[in-house]
Design a protein around this ligand. Sequence first.
Ligand SMILES: Cc1cc2nc3c(=O)[nH]c(=O)nc-3n(C[C@H](O)[C@H](O)[C@H](O)COP(=O)(O)OP(=O)(O)OC[C@H]3O[C@@H](n4cnc5c(N)ncnc54)[C@H](O)[C@@H]3O)c2cc1C
Ligand code: SF4
Length: 472
Amino acid sequence: MGDPRGFLNIKRKESGYRPVEERVGDYSEVEVTLPDNERMEQAARCMDCGVPFCHWGCPVSNVMPEWQDNIFRGDWQAAYDILNETNNFPEFTGRVCPAPCEASCVLAITNEPVTIRQNERSVAEKAFETGYVKPRIPAGRTGKKVAVIGSGPAGLACADMLNQYGHSVTVFEATDKVGGYLRYGIPDFKLEKKVIDRRVNILKEEGIEFRTSVNVGVDVKGSEILKEYDSVMLAIGARKPRDLSIEGRDLKGVYFAMEYLEQKNRIVSGQSFTEDELIATLNKKVVVIGGGDTGSDCVGNANRQGASCISQIEIMPEAPSHRNDDEPWPLWPRLSKKSSSHEEGCERHFQIMTKKFIGDNGVLKKILACKVEWVKDEKGSMSMKEIPGSDFEIEADVALLAMGFVHPVHEGLVKELGLGLDSRGNITVDEKFMTSVKGVFSGGDASRGASLVVWAIREGREAARGINEYLS
Ligand SMILES: Cc1cc2nc3c(=O)[nH]c(=O)nc-3n(C[C@H](O)[C@H](O)[C@H](O)COP(=O)(O)OP(=O)(O)OC[C@H]3O[C@@H](n4cnc5c(N)ncnc54)[C@H](O)[C@@H]3O)c2cc1C
Ligand code: SF4
């Protein structure tokens, strides 16, 4: 530990965001970084606790005290080496991770955890800026071939590990570009796509082959892949969106959030769409249904596209602003969160249920909604009750359904291979991440259910270990 009194003398300082009026005019990342001297001071706040709960809180078990100490000492390369041992892509998590590590930092007891995520981003960026991140070509090859299907963070982490073990890895990706939801989900204002390209170029130089625009199960049979490769990793994500089957769902103007978000990311990357295809929100009244992060990303895009007003409605009550007694430290608390996109302009409403989409000539005009209350039953589980007489209408030109994802898409590959599924429809895996089909592994959202980038990286790593063991 560099400074034993750092946590007493230095206050937590957030990097912060660019000013709202500036950032809504572009799609560049909104978060800024602190100068090196301040970043080193922030790292000095780490107490190197006897029991570092942050390791436990971090899904990839990053070892914070060690790399915080190296930041404090200005040895950014040593910090990167330690970080990279547990996290293949700290430049992704350093930008988008909700940082469960910070919730379990001992300093979170007094609400001022170490700025672990932002420190992580700085370490990663420094390593790239100084040319320290170089391709690590494996010394030899095992002669074993592995197909990784899906190029989101789970597929990429798995491919990276397998390649370093010396196996020959081919990544198949259904869309035209690598990255999964990093590419065509998370907006550029949270994660610029050059950050993905930079990493993918290194993975390519290290010997990983990428085949894009190949939907396995449709363009090529899963059984053919099984014949050609010694093992297969399914990192296909949980891409079936939760729908809202109510009257008016088929009106023009009602879309899944992902239709909107994917299109916006493609536009930012230079692709164009016809007027018919375009989900335009300029001067439109936009209602986002679903109060989570995907919904918040819709808000950010709609603000950048000049929507005349944006509301985000959520059926659940607003989370508390402070930890509840039933979520004590070091657990991850469910807290009310105002994202950078919310700051840019949005009305948020909780305990609202959508009942009907109302249109005119097939085009959305209004949403009929009502207020609900949540009551605990005698078993302690919450149940929802509509408040009688609370119906109201919201004017809407565009409604975006951001209510989460149910499970991986079953049509195609999952059905063809006859994979075992759990009660929620996710792919079942054993403790080594092998599915019900021998030699076929899975991880990330596909088996875990929709989750986080950091969990996808963790499970991609674990599955790679399972595959390596299987092949050895
Ligand atoms: C809008 C949005 C915002 C998010 N924001 C955050 C955030 O801020 N922080 C965070 O931690 N998490 C966030 N998440 C969640 C995070 O992106 C996911 O948990 C993570 O990407 C899951 O990784 P994955 O590799 O399992 O799957 P995915 O990223 O979904 O990747 C799966 C890939 O498999 C491909 N594929 C599927 N089937 C086939 C097939 N048959 N053949 C070939 N390829 C196939 C898909 O095209 C896709 O590229 C967000 C998610 C969304 C949708
Ligand atoms: S990956 Fe996420 S949880 Fe782990 S140290 Fe980084 S910010 Fe924290």
